[in-house]
Design a protein. Sequence first.
Length: 165
Amino acid sequence: MGEAGAYIVTAATYRKEHLFEGHARLKLLEDNLLGLLSERHFNVQAWAVFPNHYHVVLVAEDNVLDLRSAIRDLHSATARQLNAEDDRLGRKVWFQYWDTHLTSQQSYFARLKYVHTNAVKHGLVSVARDYPYCSARWFEEVAEPSFVRTIESFSIGRVLVPDHF
């Protein structure tokens, strides 16, 4: 990794199990994801967490710790917490993750929209801002209205992200 720029990361639980079911566990995953990436100096642009997977779009600045190391540490910490709660020490929680370096503005904008609206895609809400474990509401509140309109105008029909959950 080591390269500055924007990335999208998608990760899935082992066997697509819904291990992060319920408010407390979704918050655990969301808080760990945002906290660890912030500690490692990644600038998170969009996120969505679900019971069996998550997506995050982030910007890596120069001289940051390696993204792969950050994801590995995130998965290790959340697996330990979940397994301790369930008294299932050693259970495999995470299957794998995929990261893609976003090299064009169009690709970056499309993935921002994709992640913001992922809960709608999965049928969990009809309006993205109503899903509490994603960045849609935050984005609408902090981004310039013209930028929000730009992102909303992007088509995501051709976005290829591992998302068969």
